[in-house]
Design a protein around this ligand. Structure first.
Ligand SMILES: [Zn+2]
Ligand SMILES: [Zn+2]
Length: 223
C-alpha cells in the first residue's frame, strides 16, 4: 500500500503512514491541509459573525441614544435580544449553496452526503445546531480531521474541498444513493440491489472510472 501515491496530490512522499479522510487513505500533508482549511473557515465565520454583532450592537446603541433612551438597562436588553436573534444567522451560515463566507474563502463546501448537491438551510441548521452547545466547537475542531464531524451525520452532509469536488475521496465513491450498494463496474445502468436507475452523479463517476480503466487495461468494449 505504501507504493500507492496519495489520491489527492499524486505524491507518495508521505504515504508510509497514510491518514484516513472519509475512509480513503491520503497523505498526511493533504489530510492536515484540508483540516486546517476547515478550522480556518470556522474561525473566519466566527470572526465575521462577531463583527456583524458589533455593527448591529453599535447601531442599536445609537438608536437607543437618539430616541432618548439613556438608561443602560434598555440598551443591555436590546443587545441580549440581538445576540439571540443573530444566532440563527450563524446556524444557517452554510445554507447559501453550502458555503458560509469563511468556507467560500477557504474553498470548501458542504454538500449532501448522498446526492453531492450543495447543502441548503435545513442541512445547515442540522449540522450547526450542535455548535451552540458550550465547548462543542473545541471538540469539533479536533474531530473534523477525519472528514465527518458531529452534526454531519444528522444533516447527512459532508464537507468537501471544492477544488477536488469530483474526486472520489470527496464524492464518496460509487454507491447507490438509495441502498448504498457498491456500483463499481456497473453496466446495466440500474442498481442490482434495489433496481433504482443510476443517478447522473454516479453515471458520471462510472464513466470516469471506465475511462481510467481503459487507459491502463486498454479495454475498448463498452456494454
Ligand atoms: Zn497528498
Ligand atoms: Zn440500490
Amino acid at each position: 500500500m505504501s507504493e500507492e501515491p496519495c489520491p489527492l496530490c499524486q505524491k507518495n512522499k508521505d504515504m508510509r503512514k497514510p491518514k484516513l479522510l472519509y475512509g480513503t487513505p491520503v497523505c498526511k500533508k493533504c489530510y492536515y491541509r484540508f483540516a486546517n482549511r476547515r478550522q480556518l473557515a470556522y474561525f473566519l465565520d466566527w470572526f465575521f459573525w462577531r463583527i456583524l454583532m458589533m455593527f448591529i450592537g453599535a447601531a442599536i446603541g445609537v438608536i437607543v441614544a437618539m430616541t432618548g433612551g439613556r438608561d443602560s438597562e434598555t440598551l443591555r436588553l436590546w443587545l441580549t435580544l440581538t445576540t439571540w436573534l443573530l444566532l440563527p444567522v450563524f446556524v444557517l451560515k452554510d445554507g447559501f449553496t453550502g458555503q458560509s463566507p469563511g468556507k467560500a474563502i477557504c474553498d470548501i463546501q458542504v454538500v449532501d452526503e448522498r446526492t453531492g448537491d450543495p447543502a441548503g438551510f435545513v442541512a445547515s441548521f442540522k449540522r450547526n445546531l450542535v455548535l451552540l452547545v458550550p465547548f462543542v466547537p473545541l471538540i469539533v475542531a479536533f474531530l473534523l480531521c477525519k472528514g465527518s464531524r458531529w452534526g454531519d451525520g444528522w444533516a447527512e452532509t459532508r464537507v468537501i474541498w471544492k477544488r477536488y469536488a469530483n474526486h472520489p475521496v470527496f464524492r464518496g465513491g460509487l454507491r447507490c444513493e438509495a441502498c448504498q450498494y457498491d456500483l463499481t463496474g456497473n453496466t446495466s445502468g440500474a442498481c442490482p440491489e434495489c433496481g433504482k436507475p443510476l443517478s447522473a452523479n454516479n453515471l458520471a463517476l462510472l464513466s470516469e472510472q471506465n475511462a481510467a480503466a481503459g487507459e491502463t487495461d486498454a479495454v475498448t468494449t463498452t456494454g
